[in-house]
Design a protein around this ligand. Structure first.
Ligand code: TXA
Ligand code: MG
Length: 316
């Protein structure tokens, strides 16, 4: 069922139900973070491997100490600047957070989402909400209530908060011996973070997997074969015998075999491109084409994050 009011979602969540909630990044599949059985339902619904921890959502920085036992100074600076907003901090967890939420780790991912309905909802509840993105494991993330319904049908109620303003999963920053590390790129660029707290290390693929197990498998992927390149014309030549769908940054592509086409931002605005990305991927995936050919965007700032998601979608 589609819910319109935060109170309706609050009532379900208090009864230990899982409810999909809107955030400014993507929709989340939310449940009471203090209740292991509820969290188990989330893993089951998503078909998510048990070694991939969930992000805990809180209503404000004031509640952070209920979730995290120790807050490095640099983490506090970032939280003060970017919350509510698309930044997840990985911090030492409080013992009240069940092991299932953090996949047995001593750390917990936590953020204050910036969506009016979900902020209202969190303020009504006396528990935080653990929520992964509301898609089946490995599939395209949801940025509309209808995307969630497509994945879960009647199995979960969805609090409808319209489209997700930022459209891409939060930036994740962890701390090792108080040193900040980027675990996942997101709407907040590494540079913006470094301007506040100095150098942020980026982990190599091999290093990162134990910290963020969800990161390096195939991810955000359509069911249709998906290829990505800076050179869309070259891809087009390669797949000239197929019915293709095009996902491009700003320009129209011409060709007889193009059956569907999505342009992320005619104005070459990376924010707009991020906002449109997943909805465009969902539409192309349903359009009946044989392959989707995607063009990389400008590789600066948020563009790096969009390209990261495109490349993950193309992993075979
Ligand atoms: O924007 C977002 O972050 C969205 C909305 C719903 O908040 N959530 C989201 O959740 O993208 P999910 O589950 O799709 O991705 C969470 C990522 C995973 O890659 C997971 O490995 C990482 O966060 N993560 C969570 N807790 C962690 C921890 N304690 N240590 C390292 N990585 C963690
Ligand atoms: Mg996800």
């Amino acid at each position: 069922m589609i819910l319109k009011k935060s109170e309706e979602a609050a009532a379900q969540l208090r009864m230990k139900k899982v409810v999909a909630i809107p955030t400014e990044t993507v929709y989340g599949l939310a449940g009471n973070a203090f209740e292991p059985e509820v969290i188990q339902q989330i893993f089951d619904l998503k078909k998510r491997p048990a070694n991939n921890p969930l992000i805990v959502h809180i209503s404000s920085l004031h509640s952070l100490s209920e979730v995290a036992r120790y807050i490095p100074e640099k983490a506090r600076i970032l939280a003060e600047k970017f919350w509510p907003g698309p930044l997840t901090l990985v911090l030492d967890k409080q013992s009240t957070i069940p092991a299932i939420v953090t996949a047995g780790k001593d750390t917990v991912g936590v953020r204050v989402p910036n969506h009016p309905l979900t902020l209202q909802l969190l303020q009504k509840l006396d528990f935080p909400l653990a929520a992964p993105s509301a898609n089946l494991f490995g599939e395209i993330s949801p940025t509309l209530a209808s995307h969630v319904v497509q994945s879960f049908g009647d199995l979960v109620d969805v609090l409808d908060g319209d489209f997700c303003e930022r459209g891409i999963e939060s930036t994740i920053i962890g701390f090792e011996k108080d040193e900040p590390i980027l675990y996942r790129s997101g709407p907040i660029a590494k540079k913006e973070i470094e301007a506040l707290i100095g150098e942020v290390r980026e982990k190599t693929k091999n290093e990162i997997s134990p910290e963020a197990p969800g990161m390096f498998s195939k991810h955000y992927a359509p069911k249709t074969d998906f290829y990505v390149s800076h050179d869309i014309a070259n891809l087009q030549r390669k797949y000239s015998d197929k019915k293709v769908g095009i996902l491009s940054f700003s320009a129209q592509t011409k060709g007889k075999n193009i059956l569907a086409q999505e342009i992320l931002s005619e104005a070459k605005d990376l924010q707009e491109a991020a906002r449109n990305l997943y909805a465009a991927m969902h539409r192309l995936d349903k359009s009946g084409v044989e392959v989707i050919l995607a063009e990389c965007v400008d590789d600066v700032g948020l563009g790096k994050t969009i390209n990261d998601r495109l490349r993950r979608a193309a992993v075979k």
